[in-house]
Each structure stands twice: as C-alpha cells, then as structure tokens.
Design a binder for this molecule. Structure first.
Ligand code: NI
Length: 174
C-alpha cells in the first residue's frame, strides 16, 4: 500500500519529471487515491491537466479538466495517443515549469485510448485546447516538458528561469 494522499506538485528539475513513467498494472484503491489527489492538485493550482510525474509518481496516469473544475475532471490510465490534423503553434505553460511560457507546436486533433478507474478501456477524441492538453500530459509520461519543445528564441528566454529553478532545487533538495 502506498499513501498517495499527500502527494505534492513537483517542479523542474525533479528527476521524476525527466524519466519515462511506468505502466499501471493494477487499478486498485491506491491508484484511485492517487487520481483523487492529482485532481485536487490540478484544481488547487488552477491547471487544466496534471500527469503522474508532476505529483512525484512515475506512473502512466494523467487527469484533464478543460475548464479546471473538479466535476469535469477525467482520469486517463495507460493512455496512448493518435495524433491527427495539422500542426498548430500556441502558447503553453506548465505547472512544473513556473513562469516559462512559449508557443508549442501540437497536432490540432488527437484520439486518446486509455483505461478508467473502473478498469474499462475508452477512447476520446479531442481537438483544440483538449487535444493540446492530451499531448502536453502525454509528453510528461515520456519525460518530455515544454522546455524541450520551445522554439529557439523562447528557449533562450527561458534559460535564466531554468537556471534559477535548478539553483533553487540544489539549494533545497527534497
Ligand atoms: Ni505540464
């Protein structure tokens, strides 16, 4: 039994954010508690999505709520993504990379296949902001963050902010 009830948001450069998350093999009460905690973190921090590594847990799970409400939050376990449509650049931020923003290229549509908390597989198609959220959160499960997808100019602009986060982390190791 793992207690996920006190998970906290992780920020760059916490190592769990840079690794590939592991598949969830058993959807048990621990996982249901983790999902609940992740939804609460997302709502409290005014995000529209949160992935397992952002709660410090290297498991393939993310939650998304496009209007930021708890009522509309949905849980995606072991998700796979099928991108569609054209590539569009739009502004993104990330709860794990405070103050870093930039235009990120994403597919305009995608389909997610995942398992829910009852163990049922489902498929959901998204476009626009929802498709963007799916791709952003799925990236987290692969250890990728927006800092890795920024264009050249935005990368230069974010350099100092990343260094500040690194210094803060080294000075205050968890
Ligand atoms: Ni993020």
């Amino acid at each position: 039994m793992t207690d996920y009830s006190t998970c906290m948001i992780t920020q760059y450069p916490t190592p769990v954010l840079m690794g590939k998350a592991k598949p969830i093999e058993d959807i048990n009460n621990d996982i249901r508690q983790l999902a609940e905690r992740m939804i609460n973190i997302m709502v409290e921090t005014k995000g529209i999505g949160l992935a397992g590594p952002q709660a410090g847990v290297s498991l393939r799970i993310f939650v998304v709520s496009i209007d930021g409400t708890k009522e509309n939050a949905r849980v995606y376990i072991n998700p796979t993504i099928e991108p569609e449509g054209k590539v569009v650049a739009n502004e993104e931020g990330c709860l794990s990379l405070p103050r870093i923003y930039g235009k990120i290229k994403r597919y305009s549509k995608c389909t997610v296949t995942a398992t829910d908390l009852d163990g049922n597989e489902f498929t959901e198609a998204g476009e626009g902001l929802l498709a963007r959220a799916f791709q952003h959160e799925h990236d987290h499960l692969e250890g990728r963050m927006i800092k890795d997808r920024l264009g050249y100019a935005a990368k230069l602009r974010s350099k100092r902010l990343l260094e500040e986060l690194e210094a803060k982390y080294e000075g205050n190791p968890k």
